[in-house]
Design a protein around this ligand. Structure first.
Ligand SMILES: [Zn+2]
Length: 646
């Protein structure tokens, strides 16, 4: 997934860690403690704290969905049939994860082919994990079917009224299953450790197009009756569905764009390089194994930048800015076709194996297509963000392989760690071994673990055998451990410099020192990344008249570019530049992408007047927000109001 538009890595990632197990002591300051940490990690690496399921006893091999999309009730209803592999001879229970799902009936297939009723118990809801569903299966049925329907509040689904779409004619629905939201629309063993194939038969209103993370047919008749097949095994977080007024435009014979009719051509133009990106990734890391690669452009309320649903990336429309400057998002989601979708992390604690590898691969694709300067600028932006975040971030969240109990909710990890530090570590390995050794290593790693889910310890084992031992004297085991198990960024981290950013730094300094704005012929050539860097380097607070001068020259207030907006409005709010308030409020109501709106909300709530504006804006905007964004805004506002109450 990508939170960030720009640099795969700006993101606010999701990682993992629930507070059920006590964390081991966090002292990583000395070598002995680090060694204990490493081995302690190994012992618990395979435990997924965020799932009730017991895949070591019985495992879902295949899922067959039969679903009806009901826009009036805002629900999906139907059945899920699981083909099971009972590996523990004593096991007689199937335990599934659910959240806010109503279970109507559970049946199991007997040896004679007849179906029998099974007893089940749905536990009270745990705030993070949802409702544990325990199904008694004394006969260890080869197939079990759950008949159910979802709640209108399902955390993994968003239902949009026609007014919230671009075309304003038809309702829209889409899912976001990562990290643990699939359980709110399908009862599942909702852990990346379990991979399964699936089929689905979905009915909907006749004029609605339904798509899934499966074999979508660009030529499918729009008749309200759709069948899907995903023959490759995927983890639950890659289960995805969307329904709405959608049209298709091809990019190549294996890639294309789905979007609302008014958006589809613009989107296909913006993403025209998609097949070239696929070719680059294939040259570096082996064949694309998922047949088609299409991109679904969602309404602006999509809470993330993109989601790597296999064969059908879900993408925010906020990256469609007309100049391809933000298409590294597609490089990121496409890269997941190798890192994550092919080689999956086995628990959310290991999500750096997913996002760190993907951010690294994304950057290699960007370098190949758009040049080293573009790739380096993205690295610098994300690493500056990491440096800022690490000034205050709990050291426990600065380690790549998170320890149990680090986080209460897997949606709450540090994106700088998971995405940026993860990618930085791989760049460190690349520099030490050289691309001639490291590229084939990574290609073979993806091949070796293809369609498996692995913990960090497996990667370490593989790297020790295929890099450290094979090319001795380049990287020590202590260096490996430091990157993976210790907080902060090691001194051995490769430095990246960007001459284009140096020029931006000089322009900013000249303006701050003397009030001289950069020349128009220079800024006319600036990319989004350069504008972002220009704003990122500003002091915390400017004088309102300085902001007015910038606005007059560069028209930041009202910018259609979300990456600029998410930096400009917080600076304006902090600086008391109230002229930007109306445009800031308009931006955070129109866009629901969490990464873009949260910086402005976080600044607004710091003063009474700002808090009022934040609350008023949220009251109007929340109907169009995704539950994930709604939750973040609610928490920010509630936290701001706390001291006043006590
Ligand atoms: Zn990602």
């Amino acid at each position: 997934m990508r939170y960030s538009i720009l640099t795969l890595c700006l993101a606010a990632a999701l990682a993992a860690g629930c507070s059920r197990d006590a964390a081991p002591p966090a002292d990583t300051a000395n070598k002995d403690a680090a060694a204990v940490t490493a081995s302690g990690q190994k012992a618990v690496a395979e435990v997924d704290e965020y799932s009730y399921s017991e895949p070591h006893k019985v495992r879902i091999e295949d899922l067959a969905l039969e679903l009806k999309v009901d826009f009036d009730k805002k629900e999906l209803g139907g059945s899920a049939t699981y083909t099971l592999d009972w590996t523990d001879p004593k096991a007689t229970q199937l335990i599934l994860d659910t959240r806010d799902i109503t279970v109507e009936k559970v049946v199991g297939e007997r040896a004679d082919g007849k179906w029998e009723d099974l007893t089940f118990a749905l536990a009270d809801k745990d705030k993070v994990l949802g409702n544990k569903l325990t199904i008694e299966s004394p006969q260890r049925n080869a197939r079990i079917r759950v008949t159910y329907h979802t709640s209108p509040e399902a955390s993994g689904l968003q239902w949009l009224t026609p007014e919230m779409t671009q075309g304003k004619k038809s309702p829209f629905m889409f899912s976001q299953s990562q990290q643990i939201h699939a359980r709110s629309w399908v009862p599942l063993q909702d852990t990346p450790r379990v991979r399964f194939t699936y089929t689905a038969h979905v009915t909907s209103p006749q004029d609605t197009m339904v798509l899934m993370s499966a074999d979508n047919d660009p030529k499918a008749a729009r008749d309200g009756d759709y069948s899907f097949k995903m023959p490759q095994k995927i983890p639950s977080y890659l289960l995805a569905i969307a329904a709405g007024d959608l049209a298709f435009q091809p990019i190549s014979d294996r890639a294309g764009v789905w979007a609302e009719p008014g958006m589809v051509k613009k989107a296909a133009d913006e993403f025209a390089d998609t097949d070239k990106m696929m070719q680059t990734a294939e040259r570096l890391y082996g064949p694309y194994r998922w047949e088609r690669y299409d991109i679904l452009v969602l309404p602006p309320s999509f809470p993330y930048g993109g989601m790597e649903n296999p064969r059908l990336t879900f993408a925010t429309p906020t990256v469609i800015v007309g100049d391809k400057s933000l298409v590294s998002l597609v490089a990121h989601e496409l890269a997941h076709s190798w890192s994550g979708n092919l080689v999956t992390f086995s628990t959310p604690k290991d999500s750096w194996l997913n996002e760190g590898f993907t951010s690294y691969v994304e950057n290699r694709i960007v370098e190949d297509l758009y040049g080293k300067e573009a790739a380096d600028m993205e690295k610098v932006i994300s690493r500056n963000e990491l440096a800022a975040e690490y000034k205050e971030l709990d050291p426990k969240l600065q380690v790549l392989a998170l320890r149990p109990g680090t986080l209460s909710d897997p949606d709450g990890a540090s994106s700088s760690t998971v995405y940026t530090k993860g990618a930085w570590f791989l760049q460190f390995l690349e520099e030490r071994y050289g691309r001639e050794a490291f590229d084939p290593f990574l290609k073979e790693y993806f091949n070796h673990f293809a369609f498996q889910s692995i913990p960090t310890t497996k990667f370490i084992e593989y790297a020790k055998a295929n890099l450290l031992a094979k090319y001795p004297g380049k990287v020590t085991e202590a260096e490996l451990d430091q990157w993976i198990y210790e907080p902060g960024v090691p001194d051995s981290a490769p430095k990246t410099v960007s001459p284009r950013f140096d020029a931006v730094d000089a322009a900013r300094k000249a303006w701050l020192d003397t009030g001289t704005l950069p020349a128009g012929d220079a800024t006319a050539k600036w990319s989004t990344q350069e504008w972002v860097h220009f704003l990122d380097g500003m002091p915390q607070v400017l004088k309102p008249e300085q902001l007015a001068a910038l606005d007059q020259a560069f028209h930041f207030t009202g910018t259609p570019n979300g990456e600029i907006a998410q930096r400009w409005y917080p600076l304006a709010v902090r600086s008391g530049y109230t002229q930007a308030n109306a445009a800031a409020a308009e931006f955070i109501s129109r866009v629901g992408r969490r990464k873009l709106v949260m910086p402005t909300y976080s600044e607004l709530v710091k003063t009474p007047a700002g808090l009022k504006l934040a609350e008023d804006t949220f009251a109007k905007a929340r109907a169009g927000y995704h539950p994930i964004t709604t939750q973040s805004v609610e928490e920010t506002i509630a936290k701001a109001k706390q001291p006043a109450k006590s």
